[in-house]
Design a protein around this ligand. Structure first.
Ligand code: P5A
Length: 442
């Protein structure tokens, strides 16, 4: 891909309407464009990052055995009346009438729809557990959409649902998601910590939010420094091992605002370990038993007895994560944002010096590009006529992790190569490739 042909509408200055770094940067480098309040189009750079995040989320769902489906964005009001949430959900729900005057809605979440799918097909406990997920747009008519795609009205969510025969099995499912979320956020290079949370309109009494610490976050959090040292890498996808993992986390006081109790915080967390800050909620898991299965009559036969299935639901804010990663990775000191290599829109920018009537550097760049491609390295060639330092500035702004420069200082087969915030090295293409591949495999 040539930069001159890419659709990356960079603005000269930070847009005045954006209050936080992620919103500023996403508008500035043309990742998104607002279409109306709280509703955005995703332009190539932003869409690339979101798709990479989505793929990691998908792989980690598949890894614990959740099956992918795709439910529609538009739902019928009938099932919401069955569950009793049609009125409860209030003004956040976007209600629509079709030409037959039927009440429809743009799904804010899918507990009802997935319960309807389940009950029409699964009849025996022998088919349990079932775990289903989809990655789909949601709409919530937020009172105050703000911070760009962080709190918007139309957003992209991974939502999963589990169906089990009893509480014990349902907790096992819950804990599988607990582990899966830790793995997912780790691959995104984020340290997201689980915190006991309120359940709001989803319901139930067991719930964890996964939160990354950030001053610009909207959730107030109270936690214990030692929670960052819990290690989940040796956890097996097996009942006891997963129960243990959750216990290791729950040993530490870690709650959101609604659950906060000053006395308990001071009693359980020695002063030197107390963290009282703000965070961004990137995931939220719920256990709500038969809250939906009972009113909607989703039951299985268990040795001749009718049992309402026990359900949980599990969300990840896929589009919010794009902004959350920026908030977490932006370095105030260098004023540089470096994308984690796992989700970077491009791994490396190839930056040739362009001289009039001389296409040598472009030809060399093309060759390097093809070689990178053969090694699964995503690159972009900056074929514009800007000078090298302007080009470097531009890729620093976008946050591309590596830069390869073909300029005055190129000597034979040795090129200038640097990590976005690192020292310039002189390397052969092979050595540059192995550095990038090494970073990718970490
Ligand atoms: C869990 C899956 C649910 O909706 N039902 C299905 C449950 N949970 S939740 O906490 O309400 O949302 C899950 C995640 O979606 C993101 N999110 C948002 N992202 C951007 N803008 C919004 N307005 C918005 N609302 C929710 C969050 O990451 C949240 O954790």
């Amino acid at each position: 891909m040539y930069f001159s042909k890419s659709f990356v509408p960079i603005l000269k200055n930070n847009p005045a309407e954006a209050k936080i770094k992620s919103h500023q940067l996403m508008l500035r480098v043309g990742m998104i464009k607002q279409s109306s309040a709280g509703i955005y189009s995703w332009l190539p750079l932003g869409f690339k990052v979101m798709k990479k995040i989505e793929q990691i989320v998908r792989e980690e769902q598949d890894r614990i055995g959740v099956q992918e489906i795709l439910m529609p964005t538009i739902q019928s009001s009938e099932i919401w009346k069955e569950s009793g949430r049609y009125d409860d959900y209030g003004e956040e729900m976007l209600r629509i009438k079709d030409r037959q005057n039927r009440e429809m809605l743009y799904g804010p979440t899918n507990e009802e729809l997935v319960t309807e799918i389940f009950r029409s097909s699964i009849k025996s406990y022998k088919s349990l557990p079932q775990m289903l997920y989809h990655i789909q747009w949601k709409f919530r008519d937020e009172l105050r959409p703000r911070f760009g795609i962080m709190r918007c009205r139309e957003f992209y969510m991974k939502d999963a649902y589990s169906f089990d025969i009893n509480d014990d099995e349902a907790f096992f499912s819950y804990n599988k998601f607990f582990l899966s979320y830790l793995r997912t956020f780790k691959r995104l290079n984020l340290s997201a910590i689980p915190m006991a949370a309120d359940t709001g309109p989803i319901g139930g009494n067991l719930s964890h939010e996964f939160i990354i610490l950030a001053d610009t976050g909207e959730s107030k959090i109270y936690t214990d420094k030692r929670i960052f040292d819990v290690n989940s890498s040796s956890t097996l996808l097996e009942k006891n091992s997963l129960t243990d993992l959750r216990k290791q986390y729950e040993k530490f006081y870690s709650v959101t605002d609604e659950k906060f109790d000053q006395k308990e915080f001071e009693k359980k967390v020695p002063e030197e370990f107390r963290i009282n800050t703000k965070g961004i909620e990137v995931g939220h898991i719920f256990y709500f038993g038969d809250k939906y299965s009972k009113p909607m009559n989703a039951a299985v036969d268990f040795n001749g007895k009718k049992e309402f299935v026990k359900m949980g639901s599990y969300g990840i804010g896929v589009s919010r994560l794009v902004g959350a990663i920026i908030e977490a990775k932006y370095n105030d000191k260098d004023e540089i944002m470096k994308w984690p290599i796992s989700v970077a829109p491009y791994h490396c920018a190839i930056i040739p010096m362009i001289k009039k009537n001389d296409i040598t550097n472009i030809e060399k760049s093309n060759k390097i590009f093809e070689y990178f491609k053969s090694k699964n390295i995503d690159a972009i060639i900056d074929d514009t006529e800007e000078n090298i330092s302007a080009k470097i500035k531009k890729f620093n702004l976008i946050g591309i992790p590596y830069q390869l420069i073909l300029g005055n200082k190129t000597e034979g087969d040795l090129f200038e190569f640097k990590e976005i915030n690192g020292e310039t090295q002189r390397l052969s293409i092979e050595d540059a490739v192995s550095q990038i591949l090494k970073a990718k495999s970490n």
